[in-house]
Design a protein around this ligand. Structure first.
Ligand SMILES: Nc1ncnc2c1ncn2[C@@H]1O[C@H](COP(=O)(O)OP(=O)(O)OP(=O)(O)O)[C@@H](O)[C@H]1O
Length: 709
């Protein structure tokens, strides 16, 4: 780990174990000294640290509450725990529960997180603290990756989405004794569904305990939601154990101080402000890594480039900044880089989306730069358009972001907005994702769990009825629900098994029937990452010219197959990607997702078949999944305006598409992005008769070769 151990007072076996952990062959051998206190003092680029896990654990604010927490969990069906970021909720509470016997008899303690990266990093931290191998007593499960050992794993970290999927096989989640829903303030679609379902399960499993935790949760409304004191006769049931009235515990105290700095005047360009702030910190502040929150891949790539250019211009590269991007589209190996120790004399700058906002501890981070924005999903059920929009964050998010500093030593958070804005204008909490998302995936999941009356479901915040109706309509037209709004067999059940957007899953199943699943899973993998092209940044002409080498008239999806082939042919070379303006990280992720999809389809009994370059068949398979995203070029449009068949919305081909300016008459798009206009990303040209073939309930023939909705 790049650390030099100075003292080592442990037993021989532990000594060897710790040596193996801290010392890598080839590096300078650690010098072992005795230490009266029985701890392990180590020296790293960030200074001296104490590696005695037990002592570190006891210093956390939550430690003082160990017994009260165990008492409350024993006696209440639901315990709500609110405590500052870094106070030890995520890493300690599952361990306390295990120590108190909640994992005995083969039972498992679950702790959910909204994000995959948090699941992995928290699980490895807890395994480290317990001195066990990750994947054994402490394990984790995220989409497409299971590192648990059934029968051995006692503490399991998982995303809330994965726990929902587990309910498909075990509706009462009988394996779990305690389920801790962490970071509940995030109110992701999956968290909200999970909370409603857990409340249902609690009615059937009185022995199940729930712990709901966060630094910034609105505890009273959460408590009211889980208050199931009324018996069927309507009487309060105060004396049963566990008590059905939820209890709230507030964990006082924080790890280290985080000094907050605001701007005096608002800025118009948060990206440039973030870059300038990083450079200022680098010039003026003592050593320590920097974590910057921007909104998405485009922003982040641009900031990485600006910082690298600045370093080169000033000739500061050899001793200066190590700039690392962090977003969900990166490959696992590249995401892991952020956890690697910073070499001595250097400063790491991690530029991230909000995937680093909750639960993560990056040991070297002393400074946080918060742009005040994130990309958020907004869905309009009337137009049936969902957009990812750069929007201001909430106070809860701002606190979480600041909380990434001050975890192992004092820190500073630079907010790129004014204090007045924070106090007076920023909303306390964000709008729950449930109320601003397309609900297609949510409906299919609830249906697969046998919840038929979705509008009558016990929601923490009700979704818009229009969005629900839209979702039912789409699922019916995709052949996933039948006329009684039940899952169809086999399509509906198979789609529910594939953990992707239902439209992509339907596209894959149709490709199986059409004989092009080999190619379609590559396309599905590319559609699951943000973009495989590099941001042009000043070299748009070269990027456009390079794209032409791969481009085909049928559209982006088929073009991606050419890029993927080229990447494999190059031996997955990063130089090849660089030369061709292709995002190497994104391509590695595509390969990873494709492999995972291949495994999943094998489990469903689907054998991959290739159509040997028959692009018509390929486009028919895409149409079978995405027919609801069809649009037609306006007859006299000189500016490339299309209208969606479904809701007559004005849309345009995104400039990044290979069909930009080609403007075929009929198109299908994968998603929309909204800037000055609604732009369609990832489009293919289609024949309108395929729409009627794919979705006769959805489209009717108006006149030959014309489809209407
Ligand atoms: N990977 C790690 N390396 C070093 N210290 C760590 C690591 N993970 C956790 N810690 C220490 O444990 C503390 C508690 O972390 P934990 O994630 O349990 O807090 P939390 O209360 O859940 O915070 P949050 O609300 O931000 O998720 C951190 O502040 C830090 O001191």
């Amino acid at each position: 780990m790049g650390k030099t151990l100075l003292c080592f007072p442990l037993l021989e076996a532990r000594k060897r174990e710790a040596m193996a952990q801290f010392w890598k062959p080839g590096s300078e051998k650690p010098r072992l000294l005795d230490d009266e206190e029985g701890g392990v003092l180590f020296y790293s680029s960030s200074g001296f640290g104490y590696a005695n896990m037990e002592k570190q654990r006891q210093k956390l604010p939550v430690f003082k509450y160990r017994n009260p927490i165990l008492y409350l969990v024993e006696n209440h069906a639901t315990t709500i725990i609110v405590g500052e970021t870094g106070s030890g909720k995520t890493t300690q509470i599952p361990q306390y529960l295990k120590e108190a016997g909640w994992a005995e008899g083969g039972r498992v303690i679950a702790c959910t997180q909204p994000r995959r990266l948090a699941v992995q990093s928290v699980a490895s931290r807890v395994a480290e603290e317990m001195g066990v191998k990750l994947g054994e007593e402490v394990g984790y499960t995220i989409r497409f990756e299971d590192r648990t050992n059934p029968g051995v794993t006692a503490i399991k970290f998982l995303t809330d989405g994965v726990l929902l999927r587990e309910m498909m096989d075990d509706p009462l989640l009988t394996n779990y004794s305690v389920i801790m829903v962490d970071e509940a303030h995030e109110r992701s679609l999956s968290t909200d569904m999970l909370l409603g379902l857990l409340k249902k399960i609690q009615r059937r499993r009185h022995e199940l305990r729930l712990v709901i935790s966060s630094a910034t949760i609105e505890a009273k409304s959460m408590s009211a939601f889980f208050d199931t004191r009324k018996t069927r006769q309507g009487e309060a049931d105060e004396h049963c154990v566990p008590r059905r009235q939820p209890t709230i515990l507030s964990v006082e105290g924080r790890g280290f101080n985080v000094q907050i700095q605001y701007l005096e005047e608002p800025v118009s360009d948060y990206l440039q402000a973030a870059v300038s702030t990083v450079l200022l910190i680098h010039e003026q502040e003592p050593m320590g890594d920097i974590l910057v929150f921007l909104t998405g891949q485009d922003d982040i790539d641009a900031a990485v480039q600006l910082l690298n250019e600045d370093a080169q211009n000033r000739g500061r590269q050899p001793s200066g900044l190590i700039v690392l991007p962090l977003y969900s589209g990166l490959s696992r190996a590249d995401q892991d880089l952020i956890f690697s120790p910073t070499p001595k004399g250097k400063r790491k700058v991690v530029i991230s989306t909000n995937i680093a906002e909750t639960s993560l501890t990056l040991e070297g981070v002393v400074y946080v730069v918060d742009s005040g924005f994130s990309k958020q999903r907004f869905y309009n059920p009337i137009s049936d358009i969902e957009n990812l929009i750069v929007a201001p964050i909430s106070k809860a998010s701002a606190r979480q972001r600041a909380g990434r500093a001050g975890r192992v030593r004092p820190g500073k958070c630079y907010r790129l907005y004014t204090e007045e804005y924070f106090v007076k204008e920023m909303h306390a909490e964000g709008i729950p994702e449930m109320q601003r998302s397309n609900l297609v995936s949510c409906v299919i999941q609830l249906k697969s769990l046998g919840i038929d009356n979705i509008l009558g479901f016990d929601w923490l915040a009700s979704p818009a009825p229009e969005a629900m109706v839209r979702a039912l309509e789409v699922l019916y037209s995709l052949g996933i629900l039948d006329e009684d709004a039940k899952l169809t067999s086999p399509t509906g059940f198979q789609v529910a098994e594939i953990p992707l957007e239902p439209m992509i899953s339907k596209m894959i199943l149709s490709a199986n029937l059409l004989g092009c699943s080999e190619e379609i899973i590559t396309i599905a993998a590319v559609l699951s990452v943000q973009s495989i092209w590099m941001s042009a940044r000043g070299s748009q002409k070269e990027l456009d010219e390079t794209k032409l080498c791969f481009a085909v008239a049928e559209g982006d999806h088929v073009t991606y197959l050419n890029v993927y082939k080229g990447f494999l042919h190059s031996g997955k070379s990063s130089q090849w990607c660089h030369k061709n303006f292709i995002n190497y990280q994104a391509m590695k992720k595509v390969v990873e997702i494709r492999e995972q999809l291949h495994k999943l389809l094998r489990r469903l009994g689907i054998v991959l078949k290739s159509c040997d370059g028959d692009t018509k068949v390929l486009r028919k398979a895409i149409t079978a999944g995405f027919f609801a995203h069809a649009c037609r070029l306006e007859a006299f449009s000189h500016n490339g305006m299309y209208k969606t068949l479904r809701s007559s919305q004005e849309v345009y081909i995104h400039p990044s598409s290979v069909l930009f300016r080609v403007n075929p008459k009929w198109l299908i798009y994968h998603s929309l992005v909204s800037t000055d206009r609604q732009y369609m990303r990832n489009v293919i040209a289609i024949d309108p008769s395929w729409l009627i073939e794919a979705a006769p309930h959805f489209y009717q023939l108006q006149k030959p070769n014309t489809a209407t909705y």
